[in-house]
Design a protein around this ligand. Structure first.
Ligand SMILES: [Zn+2]
Length: 178
């Protein structure tokens, strides 16, 4: 993490109107942006943009996807690495469409605090289902993940009623290691 990263993030937060006690009150920690040259493309999203993870997470993801597939379970990656700049853009879009910052922060982590910055977090879905919906919890893919993901190093970051004030995200898994 560059020495001036925390200050850069604080400046961005002031510009977006994010409360100064955001991280502290939610128990979230700052995540450095992964170096983009260290990233591996694992798939493309529906817009044709590459979905990327750091190398170790991508290797773990591939092993996990293959194992699930072997049991007849198809799991589709929807999103991986996301830069701080992209996070800012997502939040600005929500604010421009009339949402209040508190509302936005319950569904999108503040810039600097998204696990997607690390290249270790992945959003998962199944084919032909609406993405990033709580209903993912009721799929066979989710049941499989709940049972097996930890053995590949992936953990659910935002379970129901998590202490971070972030909505339940059954689709969001972060590679920590085994
Ligand atoms: Zn996510």
């Amino acid at each position: 993490m560059h020495a001036d990263y925390p200050d850069q993030i604080a400046t961005i937060h002031r510009e977006l109107g994010i409360p100064a006690d955001y991280a502290k009150s939610r128990g979230l920690r700052l995540h450095a942006e992964a170096e983009s040259q260290a990233m591996v493309t694992i798939a493309e999203n529906s817009a044709g943009k590459p979905i990327q993870l750091i190398e170790q997470a991508s290797a773990a993801w591939t092993r996990m996807q293959v194992a699930a597939h072997g049991e007849g379970i198809t799991i589709t990656p929807l999103s991986g690495f996301r830069s701080v700049a992209r996070q800012v853009e997502l939040i600005r879009n929500k604010l421009q469409s009339g949402a209040a910052i508190e509302q936005v922060l319950s569904i999108i982590a503040a810039p600097g605090y998204s696990e997607h910055h690390t290249g270790r977090a992945i959003d998962l879905g199944i084919p032909n289902q609406p993405p990033l919906e709580e209903s993912f919890e009721r799929t066979a893919a989710f049941s499989w993940l709940a049972k097996h993901a930890a053995s590949y190093g992936f953990h659910l970051s935002f379970p129901r009623n998590n202490p971070h004030g972030i909505v339940y995200e059954p689709w969001h898994w972060c590679w920590i290691s085994i």
